[in-house]
Design a binder for this molecule. Structure first.
Ligand code: FAD
Length: 382
């Protein structure tokens, strides 16, 4: 009897967790190696488009996510100074009918936990920071910072924007700092009651060079969240993010609509994150190593589709590996890239340009996409 074939996934973020769940469901033997010491409710709000909900349907977490999150009827865009409406993009029942699933906004950590709960017991290994990775041609050898090691037939790099797997494929190269930061703050829903103002379920306030995106992260509307994009000449900090302040927010959004001023007034804690990206990569896989999500196509978060692309990647990669079998991973990787690259690159470009839904456009190309309904385009094995 031959030995069991194994897939290793490095990184148990939103893309890695989706890949692990879908591959296990398809019958593959999967181990996930995550550098964090344990699971934690990281992050703040996240949008989950219908394109992503269709993947979650396969994982069996569509309904619980829909029940826990907020389901806005519209994505509004408004002029930050005057409050004039720039677009009213229908979601709610319209999204279900036209795009085939709900549009949900939720806490990222709550969604991540739902994803992690789909994984086979004992298949996620925490405190495993990948140090070296060697593709011998016959298999892949991984070593971790804690001195342990593992072997696998193929390795999926779902290890985010600073991916070690990307480095193994393409060499060391820091991501680009975009020149913008995101401020992020969670606000208690009960704080909003004191204002004679309307706080819409999902709204993006825009002016020429900056914006503030705001939405609820729970169906109960007890947690409201804002995330900004604001020019910031340089990022000189060593940390992944730093504390910001209410004062900095007032300065950045001077002259903005009273609703935005109220949100700043309610802010108890606000952090500031550099927005980084990369140009499209010349390759997505080599030998037994393949990339997905931010390891492969990181982007500014302005379409709220970065995790969406990671999760769609996970679904397409699973589809391709199921089609070819693990032994023919070369064909699977070529198919995967051929069927993902155009879409991921387009989303990356629109996201980086920050134009999505600013005006009354049709988002069907993003939200209507169903990764399972795409006829597979042939790829050329590397
Ligand atoms: P990550 O989520 O970064 O996961 C990588 C994982 O790999 C981490 O768990 C990390 O600990 C682990 N790891 C890294 N290195 C190693 C190593 N050497 N060894 C072992 N493990 C390792 N996307 C949306 O779809 N909707 C949104 O609304 C949205 N809003 C956003 C707002 C902001 C401000 C930002 C910055 C991003 C937003 N995104 C959004 C984008 C989204 O967060 C990312 O695209 C998504 O998290 C990428 O998932 P990933 O699994 O590829 O990478």
């Amino acid at each position: 009897m031959g030995k069991t074939q194994r897939i290793a996934i490095v990184g148990a973020g939103l893309g890695g967790a989706a890949a692990a769940g879908l591959l296990q469901q398809a019958g593959f033997q999967v181990d996930v190696y995550e550098q964090a010491p344990e699971f934690s409710r990281l992050g703040a709000g996240i949008h989950v488009g219908p394109n992503v909900m269709k993947v979650f349907r396969r994982l069996g977490i569509e309904k619980p996510l829909e029940a826990m999150g907020s389901k806005p009827d519209f994505w509004f865009s408004r002029d930050g100074f005057t409050g004039d409406y720039l677009s009213r993009i229908p979601l709610g029942d319209f999204a279900k009918r036209e795009y085939g699933a709900a549009y949900v906004t939720v806490h990222r950590g709550d969604m991540h936990l739902l994803q992690m709960d789909t994984l086979a017991p004992g298949s996620v290994h925490f405190d495993k920071r990948l140090q070296t990775i060697t593709d011998s041609g016959d298999d892949v050898h991984l070593t971790f910072a804690d001195g342990t090691e593992a072997r696998a037939d193929i390795v999926i790099g779902a290890d985010g924007i600073n991916s070690r797997i990307r480095e193994a494929l393409l060499g060391v190269e820091a991501p680009n700092y975009s020149g913008w930061v995101a401020h992020r703050a969670l606000i208690r829903g009960d704080q909003l009651a004191k204002y004679d103002l309307t706080f819409e379920d999902c709204i993006k306030w825009w002016t020429e060079d900056r914006h503030m995106m705001v939405y609820f992260t729970t169906g109960k509307r007890d947690e409201y969240y804002y995330v900004t994009g604001v020019p910031h000449p340089a990022w000189d900090f060593q940390e992944a993010f730093v504390d910001s302040s209410r004062e900095e927010m007032y300065e950045a959004f001077q002259g903005y609509h009273p609703t935005v001023q109220a949100l700043i007034e309610c802010t108890e804690e606000v952090t500031k994150w550099p927005l980084r990206n990369r140009n499209p990569l010349p390759l997505w896989s080599r030998g037994r190593l393949v990339l997905l999500g931010d390891a492969c196509h990181p982007m500014k978060p302005h379409m709220a589709q970065g995790a969406g692309m990671a999760i769609e990647d996970a679904a397409m990669l699973t589809r391709c590996l199921s089609e070819t079998g693990l032994s023919d991973y070369r064909t699977a990787f070529a198919l995967y890239e051929a069927n993902r690259k155009d879409r991921a690159t387009r989303v990356q470009a629109v996201s980086n340009a920050n134009t999505f839904l600013r005006t009354q456009e049709d988002p069907a190309w993003v939200f209507g996409y169903d990764v399972y309904e795409q006829p597979l385009r042939e790829g050329i094995a590397a």
